[in-house]
Design a protein around this ligand. Structure first.
Ligand code: GTR
Length: 422
């Protein structure tokens, strides 16, 4: 027990299901002043905005309503990329007039042999990446990020900068050819283009463009890095809406781990995303925090003080005081389809807690007449469930990662939901 009566961080995380405390989840369909919500109208006009505001003010921090001018410039267009399988575009989105602040969007769209370029607009998976666009595929024409990169153990990162050697180092997480073969496009942005992932980074990246005079860091209820990354996904969506070759009504936002948290937060705030995918997003993402299993709020706020709002620190070791839990984040996606994926060895992210969030969002989907996961018991490893409903889930065998197995099920889920709309 520490000086303030809180549990010491050195204390082991709980991985024992029998030690999960009895907890009461905040009711998704009861307003803060105790009224029950029974209709889509009341959900959309009263309860949904309330939950969204709580996540904004207490968890991720508020995204500014202020707009900054953004200018997109196509810097590369190759109709014969990846041996003719793809059209590759690289688009730079400038956030400042002096061009010092920008993000690079890498886009691959499928070329179908024998089809004219003026093919039907394609559905796209959009997600942030951890180490630069050039790590997604060995394609030598991808621009290497010039921005600061965390000291990941991958080859090609030297003193927080990327070298030629970094090309394709994360390709196992991005099965580009398989995605294209199934008729989907892929769009990705390096998350560090938006905010470098380090504790002292509010003076870097895009944050300073939003500061008031003399402001040096966000106020306690303003956005942290996850909020900024989620905002970046929406700005990439702004571009996709202008691209005639993309079906912007069928964009699935996807993310792994901390970037899964960002994908969920983007999906919650921006209803242009037609499908939302969380892979191993864990604490502060899909996992029910009141379970006290694996990573907890104090640990995440301590290791990553820049990720969430200042207000979120109030909930260190006080999970039960949080006015929301993460099933309500999933409920914010309704009536859009959402897919939650876990990995069996990723107990830190609490696979069961991730499953339960998806399950407990069902009452909101039910208002829309949408079917979802039907039991509170998670399925066995590699037995995907809810594939033909509005909440899909699987637990891959193995470690914290995002692999072809995961993508295959995400694409199956997208086929089911997008298929009839194409
Ligand atoms: C971990 C963090 C998790 C998850 C992960 C990742 O260190 O505790 O919440 O976000 O990083 O992003 O890989």
């Amino acid at each position: 027990i520490g000086a303030h009566g809180t549990k010491s961080l050195a204390q082991e995380a709980n991985y024992d299901e029998s030690k999960v405390p009895a907890y009461t989840l905040p009711e998704v369909l009861v307003t803060q002043d105790g009224r029950r919500v029974n209709s889509v109208t009341d959900w959309e006009t009263k309860r949904r905005p309330e939950i969204l505001a709580l996540f904004s003010e207490q968890v991720y921090g508020k995204t500014p309503t202020q707009k900054i001018p953004i200018r997109f410039e196509v810097t590369d267009l190759d109709r014969n990329a990846l041996g003719g399988k793809a059209t590759r575009k690289q688009v730079r989105g400038y956030f400042s007039v002096d061009k010092a602040k920008y993000m690079d969007i890498l886009i691959y769209l499928p070329n179908r042999v024998g089809e004219p370029i003026s093919r039907e607009p394609v559905p796209v998976f959009l997600g942030l990446n951890f180490a630069g666009n050039q790590t997604v595929h060995a394609d030598p024409d991808i621009a290497i990020t010039q921005n600061w990169v965390p000291a990941w153990k991958d080859p090609g990162i030297v003193k927080n900068h990327s070298t030629e050697e970094s090309r394709g180092t994360r390709a196992r997480r991005w099965p580009v050819e398989q995605i294209l073969a199934r008729g989907y496009g892929l769009a990705t942005v390096y998350y560090g283009d938006l905010q470098p992932d380090r504790a002292d980074s509010f003076n870097a990246g895009i944050h300073p463009l939003f500061f008031q005079k003399d402001q040096a860091r966000p106020a306690d209820d303003e956005w942290g890095a996850i909020g900024m990354w989620a905002w970046g996904l929406s700005r990439a969506m702004d571009y996709l809406e202008t691209d005639q070759e993309v079906n912007s009504k069928l964009v699935a936002v996807i993310g792994h781990s901390r970037l899964g948290k960002a994908a969920l937060w983007a999906g919650a705030q921006d209803e242009r995303f037609a499908l939302i995918i969380s892979n191993d997003s864990g604490e502060g993402g899909a996992a029910i925090t009141r379970r006290g299993y694996g990573e907890q709020i104090e640990r995440i706020n301590t290791n990553f003080p820049h990720w969430f709002s200042g207000n979120y620190k109030k909930y260190n070791s006080r999970e039960n005081d949080l006015p929301v839990d993460y099933h309500e984040l999933i409920a914010l996606m309704a009536p859009r389809p959402v897919y939650v994926a876990s990995a069996s060895d990723d107990q830190w992210a609490d696979p069961k807690g991730e499953y339960l969030s998806a399950y407990h969002a069902r009452t909101v989907y039910a208002l829309y007449g949408k079917n979802t996961l039907s039991t509170d018991t998670p399925p066995a490893v590699e037995v995907p469930v809810g594939q033909k409903t509005w909440t899909g889930y699987h637990m891959r065998n193995g470690k914290h990662d995002i692999l072809l197995y995961d993508w295959t099920h995400f694409m199956n889920f997208a086929d089911f939901h997008f298929g009839k709309k194409q």
